[in-house]
Design a protein around this ligand. Sequence first.
Ligand code: SF4
Length: 290
Amino acid sequence: MRYAGTVYRPPSEANSFLLQATIGCSWNHCTYCAMYRDKEFRVRPLAETLVDIAAAGHAFGAQVRKVFVMDGDALTMGIELWEPILHSLKDAFPNLRRVSCYATALNLLVKEQEELRRLCDLGLKLLYIGPESGDDVTLKRIAKGASSADHVEAAAKAREAGMKQSLIFLLGAGGTERSIEHATASARLATAMDPEFLSTLTLMLIPSTPIYRLAENGRFKMPSVEGLLRELRIIVAECKPTDTVFRSNHASNYLPIEGRLPRDREAILKSIDAALSGDAPVRAEWLRGL
Ligand code: SF4
């Protein structure tokens, strides 16, 4: 396969075939994100993408059950590109169960409802969306490019189309100043978007990013470990999804947790309280990563 630069995928796509149909992120402004700063966004020529699919089909064929389409917001591609890609994936991988990609709220909002339905019917079943926060002040500060209301509208379109959603919220994104507002509004937004999968990551300050420079200049202050655990506790205690798989087991987090919400809420809160009181260990700093 030809991959341009470093590629990223969600942890749950570890066994998926990774298809790089776009390069970089069409937004590329989020102040905490370093993933695609070295890439100028472009859509790969369709012919190249189709050649990669055919080659992977010959090599792996029936073994492939899941495909993750990259890079940072592949849903930005027009339906005229998605359609042949999804058809080719079906032809190449007879046991294909689902195709997924990262998506922004804007990607969803600019697409017609019928287009999203068509993409879902052709196999694009799961979108990974990172609102990161439900707090509009925080969303503006981190330059997410969409408000909490935009995310609610985008989620409704995805659901109406039949697509599942995996949402990511970023502990620490509001700094110490907006910590509580960030957590309570994130719980509210998670409730409103009502995803099938919900996870938290913890902000890591990466030297090439604007938020790192703000922190260096004293204009952004990262919450303490206790503050981050309190944000996690608020999100778990206050979000009210219908039924979601909740995970905080990403390597950036201090406390790896897994369960279903609302079913396992009390058990998860107990684990967080044990970490807060020092009765359970948190992940050592040197074990954390992206
Ligand atoms: S939309 Fe995603 S990939 Fe693009 S800059 Fe923001 S966090 Fe990074």
